[in-house]
Ligand binder design. Sequence first.
Ligand code: RTP
Length: 155
Amino acid sequence: SRAMSKSGERTFLAVKPDGVQRGLVGDIISRFEKRGYKLVALKLQQVSEDHLRKHYADLKGKPFFEGLVKFMASGPLVAMVWEGLDVVKQGRAMLGETNPLASKPGSIRGDYSIDMGRNICHGSDSVESAKKEIELWFDAKDLCDYKKANDVWVY
Ligand code: RTP
C-alpha cells in the first residue's frame, strides 16, 4: 500500500534544554509513540555552540541567532530520530507553531509553552532538512533498523 511504502520516512526531533529542565522528555516521547511512530535513535547530550551553528546554519544573520545557539548549548538536550508515514509534517503539527501564541492547545508548544525563545522542542521542517539533520546529529550505526508491532497494527 502507499502507507507501507512511505512508512520509512524519518525526522529529527530534539527536546530543547528547557524541555529537559521542565521534565517534559517522557511526555514528548510518549506522544510520538502513541501516535504510532517508531523510535529509531535517541541520545541525551550537551552539544557545543559550534555544532549548533551548523544545525542552525540557515538562520545565520538573524538577530536571535546568537541567543538561540547559546540557549541550545546551555544544558543537555534529547536528540531523536522518529520514523513513519508523513512523520516530518505530522511531527511539525504535533510540535505546534514556532510562536507558542499561534500554537493550538493539544500541540506540545500549545500545551506547555508561552515564549518563542523557550518553545521546548525542535522538529525538521522538510524531508531534505531531516536527512541533513539526522546526518549531523547521528552516526549511521546509531540508527536502529528494526521491526515493530507498528508494522502490523498501524499500517
Ligand atoms: P525549530 O527549528 O526549533 O524547530 O523551530 P522552527 O523551525 O519552528 O523555527 P525557526 O525559524 O527554525 O527558528 C528556530 C528557533 O529559533 C527561535 N526563534 N526565535 N524572533 C525570534 O525571537 C525567534 N524566531 C525563532 C525559536 O526557538 C525557534 O524554534
